[in-house]
Design a protein around this ligand. Structure first.
Ligand SMILES: [Zn+2]
Length: 817
């Protein structure tokens, strides 16, 4: 699953500070659930009651005793109505408390014997009250989206979200990750909808009442939380990997972009099959995008669900597919998570750390080491916080199982796998993965099984590694000092661990006298450790952790000269990044300025952007840098670089570059169009307005809204009020610059007095959505206050349709509560 982190990173990057609840440490030991009976097979027949948001169902659950004889069965079944329980057509006695269904089997079964219970039930997701997979709502497993088609802006859809233990809201099961079952589902739906579930669609039967029954069959075994159903009006865009179907389910208007969004999937399936040494083990691969999804994305076996952020237009995709890492992440779960599943949520690392690290592996394979390292850098930044210092990767004490889905299980876990790979070597890392997957396929795993697989393959003891990184917390915080003895021509590199838990780790140190370094590989295993290296002339640079492998905070104060050398001599993304960061504030010095100027043409586009952002064109002699910048703005192969350079030039001399902006407006990149329009708006407001009102494609408007909204707001463009109304909240609350937030507030002041019902509806809907999405940081309270004010405005007005307007706001307030 990929969820909270997306939001977390988002909030960290924009510096929002709503009140946040502090987690208290729980002392309860969270064991793997005891296996009394084992699931064997699950057969379901379901239909959907859109009026009540309920699901009438029948289940045939086949089980076998795990070891000891059984005469009773306890299934998870949340908030259901149970109508009937039988086995071999005989009615069975049962007790049901709304959570657990306890069945007397009327017989005693021994290990090896299978038995099937039949349950007729109604799933009532709206009645579920339990802790959830998401910030929003309770986890109710089964979600009806706009079931009665009352919202013109929203299609009617149904989708499910099982992780962590919510699928037992729609079928009775042993809802725990250490169970595995094969499955069949018969889904009866209105004929205009398509369906998606795990495995293969074997048969479709039209019924007399305008419905259709789709029969989905999944032969292999997987955990109950991976079951999935999706229903709605979708275009199915077909792709292929070897002879397997690879399908993309998107809303019709996104059909032309489906391959742009998901089209790398087959190549990823090739790469991951090859890298893990285990060929993609399932019968098809489908991805679907759902409305109002409660998570980021979910690895339901062969039926992955993504949230709406995955939708991107051509102009966005030209810049960057922002969803590519998520697509890789969910696919990789089909090995780590779906094929071998964490035996308990405490061991979530064997799912999520691998899925997280697959993002690195994919970027490295597809775009090279710099792109992968840039991704790792962001992931580590997302992990570094005092709270996370105290959490073990494998955590047997947590408050809520949902807490396991955090930057420790994901980001830190990924960084740990990167260190393991470096320590045992690429080939051993791959072979260890193959071993672990083959040993445990269609079963479960925990961290010890990982250790044993990597130990067996590499022949190395890895207890020390797992003890400190998996079963303990924190990371090295290092102070590094260099003491030179000119007489002896020796430099002493002193490394001090300042954190509480001591770590041991290998470290590469490179000593540069000129361009080719002398490389030393040392082992740090004490609080203070020092290493002496001989030199001929005083080194230009000493690069500690030269391979940029260690997960650590390193305090290594480099001089301006050393930083300039680091940019020039360091080969890694992190070297160049650290140099640019360190030199940015010292550009009155020519050496620093020149290094940043050189970074304008760095081979990695992310660093070119960083250099553009940081270069100070008022210092030193900027002529050459400006010329370079003009080249970047006109021709850089990455449109994101072009866009950034256009903004920088327009800040320097807006009028001079008017032709650049005009040609930028015809580019096929959203980013280039946005920066060009923003620049044009500074010098020719009328031309900017003319362009802004000429865009009538809704999706394009959405892509360009950062530039369009301020123009529409300033001009109070009446025809755009509905568009403005639905896009205000992000700018109002999450703008980094006050001036920008002010524009959106001005927009709010404008549209709040509108007597147009669509405008009011859009305003209310978007605020309610924000309130629900960011409920975990208190946004719902804030939105409630705003909507109360909106209601006051409407009810004190003299609009003829005042009552209709008030009702729209009241409905919104109702949905929020
Ligand atoms: Zn995941």
């Amino acid at each position: 699953m990929k969820f909270k982190l997306l939001f977390l990173c988002f909030f960290l990057s924009i510096g929002v500070s709503f009140a946040q609840e502090t987690e208290s440490i729980n002392t309860q030991y969270r064991a793997e659930r005891e296996k009394v009976s084992d699931l064997v097979h699950t057969k379901l027949k379901v239909s959907f009651d859109y009026e009540k948001s309920q699901m009438p169902g029948e289940a045939w659950i086949t089980l076998t005793p795990h070891f000891y004889n059984v005469s009773e069965l306890e299934l998870d079944a949340k908030a259901m109505l149970i109508h009937k329980v039988t086995s071999n057509k005989k009615e069975l006695k049962y007790e049901y408390d709304g959570k657990k269904l306890k069945i007397k089997l009327g017989n005693t079964y021994a290990k090896g014997e299978e038995y099937t219970v039949y349950i007729k039930y109604t799933a009532r997701p709206e009645e579920v009250k339990q802790q959830g997979s998401a910030a929003i709502n309770e986890a109710k497993g089964l979600y009806f989206i706009d079931p009665l088609d009352t919202d013109p802006n929203k299609p009617t859809q149904i989708w499910t979200q099982g992780e962590t233990e919510a699928n037992s809201c729609w079928f009775p099961t042993l809802d725990t990750p250490n169970q595995k079952t094969s499955q069949e589902i018969y889904m009866t739906v209105p004929d205009q909808y398509v369906t998606l579930s795990n495995g293969l669609l074997k048969k479709q039967t039209k019924n007399d009442d305008g419905t259709r029954t789709d029969y989905w069959k999944f032969d292999k075994k997987h955990a109950p939380y991976l079951f999935f159903m999706g229903v709605g009006e979708y275009s199915i865009v077909q792709d292929k990997w070897k002879d397997l179907a690879v399908d993309y389910y998107v809303e019709k208007k996104y059909e032309p972009y489906a391959k742009g969004i998901f089209g790398l999937t087959p190549e990823m399936m090739d790469f991951f099959s090859d890298y893990t040494g285990v060929v993609y083990p399932w019968s098809k691969y489908a991805q679907i995008i759902g409305r109002d999804y409660v998570s980021g994305a979910m690895e339901n076996t062969t039926a992955v669900m993504h949230q709406e952020m995955a939708y991107q237009t051509l102009g966005d995709l030209v810049d960057q597919n922002i969803w590519e890492s998520v697509i890789a992440h969910e696919l990789f779960h089909h090995w780590f998570g779906d094929l071998v599943t964490a035996e308990s949520w405490s061991n979530l690392t064997v799912n999520e750390s691998f899925a997280n690290y697959s993002e690195y592996l994919w970027f490295e394979h597809k775009y090279g080491r710099d792109a992968a390292d840039a991704h790792r850098n962001k992931e580590i930044a997302g992990y570094l916080s005092p709270d996370n210092d105290l959490k073990d990767l494998v955590r047997f004490h947590y408050n809520s199982r949902e807490d396991m889905f955090d930057a420790v299980s994901y980001n830190k876990g990924g960084a740990i796998l990167h260190m393991l790979r470096s320590y045992i070597g690429d080939e051993a890392f791959k072979a260890g993965m193959t071993q672990y997957l083959n040993d445990n396929k269609y079963g479960t795993g925990e961290a010890h099984q990982l250790r044993l697989a990597f130990e067996e393959v590499s022949g190395k003891d890895l207890n020390w590694f797992f003890d400190q990184w998996y079963f303990n917390n924190g990371h090295p915080k290092l102070d590094i000092k260099y003491v030179y003895s000119e007489e002896a021509k020796i430099v002493n590199v002193q490394i001090e661990q300042t954190q509480e838990n001591l770590f041991q780790f290998p470290l590469a140190i490179e000593v540069f006298e000129g361009e080719i370094p002398k490389r030393y590989e040392v082992w740090v295993d004490e609080k203070s450790k020092s290493f002496s290296f001989k030199y001929t002339s005083k080194p230009d640079l000493i690069n500690v952790d030269a391979d940029r492998i260690l997960l650590a905070e390193i305090n290594d104060e480099k001089s301006l000269e050393e930083l300039a050398h680091l940019y020039e001599l360091g080969k890694k993304y992190e070297d160049r990044r650290e140099a640019i960061e360190g030199l940015a504030s010292q550009q009155e010095n020519e050496l620093a300025f020149n290094a940043i100027q050189a970074a304008l043409t760095d081979s990695y586009y992310g660093l070119r952007i960083m250099a553009i952002d940081n270069i100070d064109l008022t210092k030193a002699d900027p002529k050459k840098a400006i010329k370079t910048m003009e080249g970047l703005a006109a021709n850089d192969e990455k449109t994101l670089v072009r866009a950034k350079a256009i903004s920088k030039l327009s800040a320097l001399d807006a009028a001079k570059y008017i032709d650049l902006y005009k040609s930028g407006l015809t580019a096929n990149s959203s980013a280039v169009k946005i920066s060009s329009l923003q620049a044009l708006d500074k010098i020719d407001k009328e031309a900017a307005l003319n362009f802004a009102v000429s865009i009538d494609n809704d999706m394009e408007k959405e892509s360009l809204k950062d530039a369009l909204l301020p123009i529409y707001i300033r001009n109070k463009t009446e025809e755009q009020a509905a568009f403005v109304a639905k896009n205000l909240w992000a700018g109002m609350f999450f703008s980094q610059e006050a001036a920008r937030a002010d524009i959106y507030k001005e927009g709010f002041q404008w549209v709040v007095f509108s007597d147009d019902e669509e405008v009011t509806q859009n305003l209310v809907d978007s605020f309610v959505k924000m309130g629900i999405t960011y409920k975990d940081i208190g946004a719902d309270t804030l939105v409630l206050q705003v909507l109360q004010q909106v209601k006051d405005v409407k009810s004190q007005s003299d609009y003829v349709n005042k009552e209709a307007l008030v009702k729209i706001v009241e409905d919104g307030i109702g949905r929020l509560k």
